[in-house]
Structures are given as C-alpha cells and as structure tokens.
Design a protein around this ligand. Structure first.
Ligand code: ZN
Length: 558
C-alpha cells in the first residue's frame, strides 16, 4: 500500500479543481430546454443548468440561467430530453471489464469458420508478445457441436499465442504457439482435476479442461504498463458513452491503482474512480502507517472490500437452510471468515482507522453474520457515521432488514443480476426465500439506503439496464414479463436515486456528487428519451446522448 500512497500524493499536484462561480465572461456551459431531474428533493425539477469550471453554477428556470450566458458560453440545447446527475456505479471491476472490452468476443461466433476468422483478425491487431485472450465461445451453437481445435486457428495465428475460454470457463482452447510456451505436449500428464484433450495419436488438440488450464494460465505474462493504460482508456471510453461519471472499483490490484494515478495526474481520467482495496492485508498496512490518501477530484482510495461467501450460481452463497436443488449443501463461508474472531478483529482495526467496510455477502446466513460483525465492530469502536456496506445483499432473511436499518448499513446491490439470476434462482432456493431476494422494495420500506451498481464485467456496465431491471424485474428469458417477485419493484425515481445520490452517499461524497445542485461537481448525463414517460419495458433502450464530467464534455453521441 505504501507504494500506492506515494503515487497518489505525487498525483495531487497535477489535479485541478475549483470553479462554480461564473466570471464576467459568463458560465462555461449552459444546458437549456431540458427536463432537469435533479434528484435533489428540495428542488426536484428545472429547465436549465449552468456550469462554471468543474462545478454547477446554477439550476433553475431558463430565464434565470440565461443571465449567466456570456460571449464564450457554450450553449447546449437539451431538446426536451432529460438531464440527470451522472451515474455512479457502486460496484465494478474496472480493469477486468476493460480487459474484456479489449479481448476477442466469440460468444456469438456461429460457426468454426467465424470463430477462426475473429481470432485471426484479433491476432493481426495484437502487438508482438501479447496474447489473444477471452472469448466466451460456445460450441453448442455450432452445427454438430464439435469442440474447437488448435488446427482451426493455427494458420491464422502463426506467431501469436492464443488462449480463449469457453463461456463457462471450464475449458479453453490453446493454439500451437501457446501450447509450446506452456510446455504442453503429448508427454504432459493430465493434472489432478484436469484433462488435456488428445487426438487418436495422443497429441493435445488444444482443449484444456478445468485444472489443465493452469498449464497455460501460469505462462501468460501479467499485462505491461502500456497494456494497462490501453485497458483503462478503453474502460473510460465505455463509461463515458454510457453516462457513467463515477465508479467504485472493488479490490483493485495496486499496480492498476498506480496507472489510475498516472492518468489522474495528467488530467486524463474522464470518470471519477474510487478504489476500495481488499481488506486482507489492509489492517497490517494501517498498523504500519497512514494509508489514507489525499482526496483527488478524480481518484480516491478508501474503504476495504472483504468476502463472506461465494455466489448463488456456483452454490457457494452461504444460507441458513440447504439449497432446494442440492439438499446436502448450505453453501460455503469464505476462508476470510474463518476463524471468525480473526475477521472480527481485522474489521475492527480497519473501522477504527476510520475506513468504511464493504463486505461481499450473498446468502442469507452470510449476510446475517456480516451484520453481526458490523454490530460487534460498532460496539467495540463506538458510535460513528460509518455507512458500512454489504456488497450484493442478495438473499436477506426477513428479520434482517430491520438490522440493516438500525446499524445504518447500506445495501450495495446490482439490479441486473435479479433479471439474469431470476431465470433459475427459484429452482435453487425455493419460492419462500425468493420473496426477499434482490429485495429492493423491502430495503427502501425499512429505510435502508440503496446503492446501485453493475458488478461489471459480470453484468453490463450500462446503467439503464439496471434501471430497467429494478423497475420491471422482467427476467432476461422473457418468461416473467410482469416481473419476478413483482412486489419488490421500485419506481423510476427511486431507481435513478439509487444510481446517483445513493452511491454518492455510499462513498461519503454526497456533499459534492449525486444531485444537480449549485456548488456540486458538474457531472451530468443527457438521456435520449424520458425515463419517466417511456413504457418501463423501453427503459433499457435509453442512451446517453451527452456525458459531462467535471464540467468537461467527455462524450457526445453523433
Ligand atoms: Zn464484484
């Protein structure tokens, strides 16, 4: 952590801030003729907004805002569209997401020929020494469903190592270059828990199953500085195009934080990044010296991310009762939680240092245990505005909503998972537990603060997908068009609040972000249509037409 702190402090000098008060020359930017939805309950709607420097200078009727127009003011016609505070995604994995944008996409390659063509095309665009990775191929979609082989791709990838995974990640295809680098040959034994698929003569076909994939994974070089910069820029471009002006990056690799710091210092970040480091090791780092970093307008490191259990999809979310479809299992408690005393003392130490706790918990029992830990920490360290968070907060025991409220715990949730998992979740947990699953309505009714996010790249980064999911709860398979557990739906206004002001509160930044209020940072998004008037089923068709971050236009749809 010490290295990271150094980078950030060095970066502070290069960052600029300020503004908000227009000079005689007028505001820098005025947006008129918009439906401004401020998310500020004291003044919810307006027609126009003026921006000066990186701050909002005025919000109000057009006539008032027009007074700030000067000779150099850029005027944007909102054309009746809706202007919102920029979206703040409470839970993403930034560089994994960026890497996915940068990797070959084979999901919808419908034939082996198309599969090979895309890999070849990517290989030609790849720098010497870099790998072609990613893929998410699905041979079941191909005629006859043959497994791919290295022979399909070798001729188009003579010098480039290729290692592309099946969508379930249980097997991957290596080309000849990759197998050579990994030292995998006819003589290589199958590892425990893995399989090297071989042809009739015993030679590897390129398919490595489960543990056998490790032969190749361990020779893939970690990305170079240049690759990381490229990945970050791809991710930033994607965020801007979706109106995302702030993200909270969970469990960031310290090497990546250094790259964020470089771009922050050069003024090249087009979205604000809050880094939440992993809790494991953080208590020691805190004991060794101060790790709280100078807050920059575009980059902050704060809080601690930990894990209490696994996921519903892999039946490792930890429940009180057994899985409906796996009666011998209640899931698994994360190793970080064992022994529990150690977890408790680590969290107490981190909390004592003033850091916010953000703990991943999905199953009802894991969530209950984390609430117990939060209560213990509060008892040990005394009353404070700590805003502890439970990341995912998926399956909540009915009695625990009150405990969230009493302890002031924030539910950091990803609505898209509800319409994705909703296709099959009930088979796994039964209908009783499903009633308090992705229970956004119950949280609000109990006075619990929601912070929406995507968990990108596990789900799409696009916030309008999240709004659609939270408002309709219509599962992705189209089988529940009126909503899965419809009583847990929230309104459009509540969903927008949970994607703007909610996340700002969840990162202690509500004084400068989350609403369109004079003096706050000018982070704004102009949507292509009105989320309050389109049919709910159309919410996911909305687009960001214009994204402004810190007063700067960072995206404009042409
Ligand atoms: Zn995550």
């Amino acid at each position: 952590m010490a290295g990271v702190a150094g980078v950030l402090c060095a970066a502070a000098g290069g960052a600029s801030c300020g503004g908000g008060t227009p000079t005689a020359a007028g505001a820098d930017l005025i947006i008129v003729n918009a439906r401004v939805w401020t998310v500020d309950p004291s003044d919810p709607e307006a027609e126009a907004v003026a921006v000066s420097g990186d701050r909002i200078a005025a919000v109000g009727p057009r006539a008032d805002v027009d007074r700030l127009r000067g000779p150099k003011t850029r005027v944007i016609d909102g054309a009746g569209r809706v202007l919102l505070p920029g979206f703040n995604d409470s839970h993403i994995h930034l560089m994994t997401g960026g890497a996915q944008l940068d990797s070959v996409d084979l999901k919808d390659a419908a034939t082996p020929a198309e599969f090979a063509r895309r890999i070849g095309e990517r290989a030609r665009a790849t720098n010497a020494g870099e790998w072609v990775l990613g893929g998410n191929w699905d041979e079941q979609a191909w005629p006859g469903a043959p497994l791919p082989t290295k022979a399909m791709v070798d001729s188009v990838t003579p010098d480039t190592p290729v290692f592309v995974n099946r969508y379930d990640e249980h097997m991957s295809l290596a080309n000849t270059v990759a197998l050579r680098l990994a030292g995998v040959s006819a003589k290589t034994p199958d590892p425990l828990g893995g399989l090297i698929v071989r042809d009739a003569r015993g030679n590897p076909t390129g398919i490595l199953k489960d543990a056998a994939q490790a032969y190749v994974y361990k020779v893939i070089p970690s990305p170079s500085r240049e690759q990381r910069v490229r990945t970050l820029k791809r991710a930033l471009g994607h965020m801007a195009s979706l109106g995302v002006t702030s993200v909270q990056d969970m469990g960031t690799d310290p090497d990546d934080v250094a790259i964020y710091g470089e771009l922050a210092a050069r003024g090249e970040l087009t979205a604000r990044i809050r880094v939440v480091p992993l809790e494991v090791g953080l208590a020691e780092a805190l004991a060794a010296g101060p790790v709280r970093h100078q807050a920059l307008p575009f980059l902050r490191v704060s809080g601690a991310k930990g894990f209490a259990d696994g996921s519903l999809g892999s039946t490792t979310a930890f429940f009180f009762e057994p899985y409906t479809d796996a009666p011998s299992s209640r899931g698994l408690l994360a190793d970080e939680m064992q022994p529990l005393d150690r977890m408790r003392s680590r969290l107490a130490a981190i909390d004592k240092a003033g850091e916010q706790l953000c703990i991943h918990a999905i199953g009802d029992r894991a969530i209950s245990m984390v609430l117990d830990l939060f209560a213990d920490v509060a008892r040990a360290n005394g009353l404070r505005d700590r805003r502890s968070r439970i990341e995912h907060s998926q399956h909540v025991a009915p009695a625990d909503f009150d405990r969230y409220a009493r302890l002031g715990v924030i539910a950091s949730v990803q609505p898209y998972h509800a319409i994705d998992d909703g296709k099959w979740a009930e088979k796994r947990i039964g209908s009783a537990r499903a009633r308090t699953t992705y229970a956004f309505r119950s949280f609000l009714d109990h006075g619990v603060r929601l912070a929406f996010g995507s968990d990108w790249p596990v789900a799409p980064l696009d916030p309008v997908q999240g709004l659609y999911a939270a408002v309709t709860r219509a599962t992705l398979d189209g089988k529940r068009p009126d909503g899965w557990v419809p009583e847990q739906k929230v309104t459009v206004a509540e969903a927008i609040e949970a994607y703007t002001a909610g996340p700002a509160f969840a990162e202690f930044q509500e004084a400068s972000k989350g609403t369109i209020t004079p003096g706050k940072l000018a982070d704004l998004v102009l949507l292509s249509a009105d989320p309050f008037t389109v049919p709910p089923g159309m919410l996911r068709e909305l687009r960001a037409d214009l994204t402004i971050c810190g007063g700067r236009v960072v995206f404009e749809r042409r």
